[in-house]
Design a protein around this ligand. Structure first.
Ligand SMILES: [Zn+2]
Length: 473
């Protein structure tokens, strides 16, 4: 008989509400929400007293065991999914990279072999670098990819020579995409970035202190506007990744009001509402080298203002070690990317709920993010966008029993020494957060409990994403 668990005593965050309920799990699935204390025979109890019961976090933008062709992160899929699990993340949607000359099935197979040691379930997007020029053939390639369970692709408007796609390539790819696929786009105007970088290099300003100036916020906003127009012309559904400025999100929001704009979505990451570019003037600037960079204070994403526009808070997680970060003391040579999987829920809960409540009590005109909306951003919408809902992303009967039991009471200080990455640093060192992960269930198995991991590498499964279907917006 399938194992039965009951999560007792918590407040359950459903898509619509927060309710006092117990959660019955049978085998790998959520079977029912029960009245508190309702008798269940033959079930083991998972104590959630005093806790919030969220769906496990779905992070739609991670780079575990990343090989950019230039840099390689030091982690592997066991290490990457372990740090995810400790952070309450039960699903990642990561990337397979089509290196030049590869077909999509070849790229996917190569990546799936690397993913084998995963501790949690995972989906994949395809980084497209080499799509056939013939439109009909390009369409067939993309349809085949979708039918393999990868309904989303990733394109870059910057990074020469490995990832960069110019306008013609973007347009060609958008036109070739079937309407049940979604394109994720990294938006930074390459000419503006190259120009700003060259000027700094010519002036001898190559230390980490100049990283932010090398990639101005205008470069992001321009590329987002252009991508939105190209997507409109071609009729393509688009998801703008890691919006790092408030103006970026408003640019997306304005386009969403256009009835002729195809489905359009966006995400941000905790680093773009927690951190600003003053870090580049500080003593640990290498801890903050990423693209897009941290922004000046007056450009920052104001999460409490823009969360209704967002479809996800992702991490863009990259586990480069400190040794890799400091190898070259020049921003042009330092691998860009920050570890974030283990801290993203804590940081977003703290900023979006706890600190917002404090600010409101102090008389500021702000509203905390309602908990079901937090669950939408951290779980439900990312699962919807990439064809995983309602198997993932919600506490509903029939969904996988992926559950994050979060104790909202403790005051915690983030310390790199407590995290499970190889990086050896955290961009949030010393940051005070409210609450911590108590228990994480993945398909009904207790994966994390009181700071300990129980679960075999390789238990994670590849999730075939269903074709993209527009929703909300
Ligand atoms: Zn990324």
């Amino acid at each position: 008989m399938a194992k039965r668990l009951v999560i007792r005593g918590g407040r359950v965050v459903t898509p619509a509400d927060v309710i006092e309920a117990d959660v019955l799990i049978v085998g790998e699935k959520i079977a029912a929400l029960l009245a508190p204390g309702e008798e269940v025979s033959g079930a083991e109890t998972v104590d959630a007293g005093g806790c919030l019961v969220f769906p496990g976090v779905v992070d739609p933008h991670t780079h575990i065991q990343l090989d950019t062709g230039i840099y390689q992160t030091a982690d592997d899929w066991e290490i990457g999914t372990r740090t995810a699990a400790f952070g309450g993340v039960t699903t990642v949607v990561d990337f397979a990279t089509q290196f030049e000359g590869m077909t999509f099935p070849e790229a996917l197979q190569a990546r799936l072999a690397e993913c084998k040691p995963a501790l949690i379930d995972y989906g994949l997007h395809m980084m497209v670098t080499d799509l056939p020029h013939d439109p009909a053939q390009a369409r067939r390639w993309l349809e085949e990819l979708r039918d393999l369970g990868v309904p989303s692709i990733k394109l870059y408007t910057t990074y020469r020579p490995n990832y960069y796609a110019d306008d013609a390539e973007l347009l060609h790819t958008f036109r070739a995409m079937p309407h049940d696929m979604l394109a994720m786009i990294h938006c930074e105007n390459d000419a503006l970035v190259t120009d700003a970088t060259q000027r700094l290099v010519e002036a001898g300003k190559t230390s980490w202190a100049y990283h932010g100036q090398a990639r101005p916020p205008e470069a992001e906003v321009e590329a987002i506007q252009r991508v939105i127009y190209l997507a409109k012309v071609a009729g393509a559904a688009v998801y703008i990744v890691h919006n790092s400025t408030q103006e970026s999100v408003w640019t997306v929001a304005r386009a969403q009001q256009d009835p002729d704009q195809p489905p359009l979505y966006c995400e941000t990451c905790p680093q773009y509402f927690w951190l600003d570019d003053s870090r580049y003037a500080g003593p640990r600037a290498e801890h903050f080298i990423l693209q897009p960079p941290l922004r000046p204070k007056d450009w920052l994403v104001d999460l409490l203002d823009v969360w209704p526009v967002l479809s996800a808070v992702s991490t863009d997680h990259c586990d480069y070690t400190l040794a890799q970060k400091v190898e070259h003391q020049e921003f042009t040579k330092t691998p860009g990317g920050l570890p974030g999987l283990e801290t993203s829920f804590q940081l977003t809960y703290t900023y979006g709920v706890h600190l917002a409540e404090q600010r409101r009590e102090a008389g500021e005109d702000v509203q905390p993010i309602p908990l079901p909306e937090l669950a939408r951003l951290m779980s439900a919408d990312p699962a919807r966008l990439f064809g995983l809902y309602p198997q993932k992303g919600a506490i509903l009967p029939g969904s996988d029993a992926d559950v994050l039991i979060y104790d909202p009471m403790p005051d915690v200080t983030i310390r790199a020494a407590d995290l499970h990455v190889l990086a050896g640093y955290s961009p949030y060192e010393g940051v005070q957060v409210k609450g911590k992960v108590r228990t994480v269930l993945s398909r009904g198995q207790r994966l994390i409990h009181d700071g300990a991991l129980a679960g075999e590498p390789g238990r994670g499964r590849f999730l075939r994403g269903q074709p993209f279907r527009p929703f909300g917006g």
